[in-house]
Design a protein around this ligand. Structure first.
Ligand SMILES: [Zn+2]
Length: 247
């Protein structure tokens, strides 16, 4: 049975409403065409609320949602759970602090995913503060654990990950926050494309970037660049900067 209160402290009915609202935003922004995208919310140690398969995210009702266990087995809901639930559960297992996951195909970020063009750092203050390092996970056929495992190396150091030739996945303490990171990322990718059309992308200096990282630390956000925790993320980020600069 579903618990009445999730780790967020909110009643189940409110979490269902939140997922439907974020579904409407995904659809309205053009981030989820047709039946694209899926959303999940952690309810307890072995219960996760999620969207069903084959439904437009713009028109979901709370009664359409499903509940699964941490292995992806469906516990409740009349519709079949999303085929991408293993991606969500893998992130939740890697990140106990994460309560919600949003996966979709936002066009500008997905254009970078298709081009396999790394997302540059040290360009926009909001992106440095809220997103930090944005890795690109390798391509795998969607829908199974092998695909879900592609995000494992990056889940600890990031809040949003690009999925090569596929889309994005973002996560946070609430479904709204998880959605924000996708919205900020897609806006950023669009700005980069527009800037490249006008001229070139200008980068912040090392000192300017450090000032943003200092702000980030002050506001309580983590970043592997502050702790030197992640070598894989650093490599991804450095590659991104170099390749984009050459253009
Ligand atoms: Zn997808």
């Amino acid at each position: 049975m579903a618990t009445n209160k999730a780790p967020t402290g909110k009643p189940l009915a409110n979490l269902k409403e939140e997922i439907c609202e974020i579904g409407r935003r995904l659809y309205a922004k053009g981030f989820a065409a047709g039946n694209d995208g899926n959303i999940s919310y952690r309810l307890g140690p072995n219960e996760v609320l999620c969207t069903p398969t084959m439904i437009s995210k713009g028109f979901m009702k709370p009664s359409d949602l499903c509940i699964v266990d941490m292995d992806g087995n469906q516990i409740s809901g009349s519709r079949k759970r999303t085929s991408e639930i293993l991606l969500h559960l893998t992130i939740m297992k890697e990140r106990p602090d994460v309560n919600a996951v949003v996966h979709c195909h936002p066009p500008h970020a997905t254009a970078f995913a298709i081009a396999r063009e790394p997302i540059p750092q040290s360009v926009l203050p909001e992106v440095e503060i809220f997103l930090g390092i944005i890795p690109i996970a390798r391509y795998a056929t969607p829908g199974n654990q092998k695909f879900a495992d592609t995000v494992k190396p990056f889940a600890k150091d990031s809040s949003v990950i690009i999925l090569a030739n596929h889309g994005t996945v973002s996560f946070g303490e609430s479904v709204e926050k998880a959605y924000w990171w996708t919205e900020i990322l897609d806006a950023y990718c669009r700005m980069l494309m527009l800037a490249k059309g006008i001229g070139r992308v200008s980068y912040l200096t090392k000192t300017e970037t450090q000032e943003l990282l200092d702000l980030k630390a002050k506001w309580g956000y983590t970043d592997p660049r502050l702790t030197g925790a992640s070598t894989s993320s650093k490599k991804t980020a450095a590659r991104g900067k170099t390749r984009t600069r050459r253009r």
